[in-house]
Design a protein around this ligand. Structure first.
Ligand SMILES: Nc1ncnc2c1ncn2[C@@H]1O[C@H](COP(=O)(O)OP(=O)(O)O)[C@@H](O)[C@H]1O
Ligand SMILES: [Mg+2]
Length: 226
């Protein structure tokens, strides 16, 4: 369960101050996929970064599974993220000189040792995402949709309770975008994760369980679609 309580974020100060989020509140349960919609500059990436513990809010609270994560120190936030949060950004941040499989195995590698179970998990995820035949390919040899699928599979390696995905389909056509969102949706339901998917495309939001629209840093509307 994710609780976002009265989150405000201002960048800078004085007459150059930008209020990116202004008193944003909502809750999201387990096994739910929320689409966050809104035009460019609405505050979507800022919101996701705060929930991930990458940015500190100016005011408000983020509570995940009963823990007030906005109070974490930088080191605590990093540890919490490694254990509990799966992150996928717009420009998927795959390592260009590693294969798809190696990009997945980087997750256990960074937190210690790669075990046999890690390799099995990576292969199972690649298969879930229809990427078996692409496992040994580097990102440059993959299509945009395949790269986003690798990025989402990699984010699932640490079995996150919270999944945050920023504009996963912005570089894809509608058909490939829909495939990526449907894969994400199935994983969210099967694994009972709490997932936020940022998008500026209302057609993608139609695949989510609920949606929320940000305009100028405020919640302009929210609805349940499933
Ligand atoms: N590091 C930053 N410093 C100053 N302003 C920022 C910074 N990051 C984002 N902003 C501003 O905050 C607002 C929200 O940005 P962002 O969260 O990236 O919106 P979105 O993801 O919806 O496009 C915008 O006006 C943007 O220019
Ligand atoms: Mg953004």
């Amino acid at each position: 369960m994710l609780e976002v309580k009265n989150i405000t974020k201002a960048y800078g100060s004085g007459h150059t101050q930008v209020v990116a989020l202004d008193d944003v509140s909502f809750t999201l349960g387990k096994g739910r996929l929320l689409a966050v919609l809104g035009p460019s500059g609405a505050g979507k990436t800022t919101l996701v970064s705060i929930i991930a513990g990458l940015l500190t809010p100016t005011a408000g609270e983020i509570v995940i599974g009963g823990r007030a994560i906005h109070l974490h120190t930088t080191a605590e936030a990093a540890r919490f993220r490694r254990k509990n949060v799966g992150l996928v950004f717009q420009d998927n941040h795959l390592i260009p000189y590693l294969s798809a499989r190696e990009n997945l195995l980087l997750v256990p590698h960074l937190s210690g040792r790669v075990t046999h179970a890690d390799r099995e998990r990576a292969d199972a995820l690649l298969s879930d995402f229809g990427l078996e035949a692409r496992a040994t390919h580097r990102p440059s040899l993959l299509s945009g949709g395949e790269r986003q699928r690798v990025a989402i599979a990699r984010a699932l390696m640490n079995e996150p309770a919270i999944m945050l995905v920023d504009e996963p389909t912005s570089s894809l056509d509608t058909e490939r975008g829909t495939q990526v969102v449907e894969l994400l949706r199935r994983q969210v339901h099967e694994r009972e994760m709490t997932c936020i998917m940022v998008t500026h495309d209302p057609r993608m939001a139609a695949h989510a369980d609920e949606s929320l629209t940000l305009v100028d840093g405020r919640v302009a509307s929210s609805e349940y679609t499933a």
